[in-house]
Structure formats: C-alpha cells, structure tokens
Ligand binder design. Sequence first.
Ligand SMILES: [Zn+2]
Length: 203
Amino acid sequence: MFIGHPAAGYVWTRFLLKKGVLNGSAGIEYHACLLLGLISSVLPDFDLLYFFFIDFKKHTHHTFLPHIPAFWVIIAIISMLLCIIFKNRQLKKVSLIIISNVVIHLLLDTISGGIYWLYPFSGQECTVFEIRTKYDMWVLNYFLHWSFVGEVILVMAGIFVFFRKKAAVYPFLKMCVTGNKTMYCLNQIKDISRNEFFQNKTF
Ligand SMILES: [Zn+2]
C-alpha cells in the first residue's frame, strides 16, 4: 500500500480524538495528536531508507524490523509498562496513537504486500492478494492492480473527513442554503406579481 496509509492514519486519529479516547485533547495538542497519527501511519515505511540506501534493494523491506509485528508487540509491552510505572497521561496518548496506527499500517500492508505476522514462530508471509510482477517499474505493479481502488477510497475518506471538520465549510453551505431560499422567495414574489388577480386589480 502507498497513498492509503496517511489517509487511514488521519481518519483513525480523528476517530480517537472524536470519541474522547485521547482525553479531550484540544488546541495545539489536538493538532499535535493528528500530526503524530499521520507520522505513525507511515512509520514502518521509514525502513525504505535502509532498503534503498543501505540494503540496495537486496531484500524486501517487509522483512525489516519496522514491518515485523513481533517487534511492535515488544514496543507495546515496554510502553505499557512505562505508562503503568510513571502514570503519565501524555505517554499513554503517544503510545496509543503510535501503536494503533502502526497496527493499521501492518493490516493494510497485509492486503497486497505481505506481512510476517507469525514471526519468529513461522517464516510464513501472510497476504490477502498476491501482486504479480508484470512491469519493470515495481511501483506500477501496485498502481495498476485492482486493489489500488481501495487506496483511492481511503484517500477520498480522508479528504471527506478533513473538509467536514473545516469550520469554513459550514458558513459556505449555510450561505448556499440561504441564497437558495432567497432566490426561491424572489421567484415567488415575481410569480405573485404576474398573477392575473394583481395585474387587473385597480387600487
Ligand atoms: Zn509498509
């Protein structure tokens, strides 16, 4: 998956904020949570830097630690223990945002990329749809696969949620509705003035 990750991360973090799971974060904290959610949604893909510049594409980047669920289970356990020991509200929020977004990332990668969910107990790669290599440019194999429609839907959902939040949208819609009502009233007045009764009436 490519473009769907940040969109999914945005929608999910907005959901957490809306449901008050993040203890009513507001103002700068609200936006910081959203930013962290966006970064966390693509966090495992930071291993692409290693893939391109150190590994020189020798191994698929889904075999690297950031894409191994067992690694994140260890991180989750450590952060949970730290939250219990220090009873820190902010640490709890940060852990929840990062871990939940990473889990969503790995689930989405399972659809068409393949994730080693059972590692270290099994080296079996888990995937829903296998994408075969048809084009030399590897990225085209994903962009031109039918499953890419799912990514487009995710992006559209992200755009929808983003604009629904914008306060500017509501006054604009209100203005449209008011304008529409005004036009309707003017038309009614025009129709009444054209009415035969009023045309022939002499006052
Ligand atoms: Zn990934």
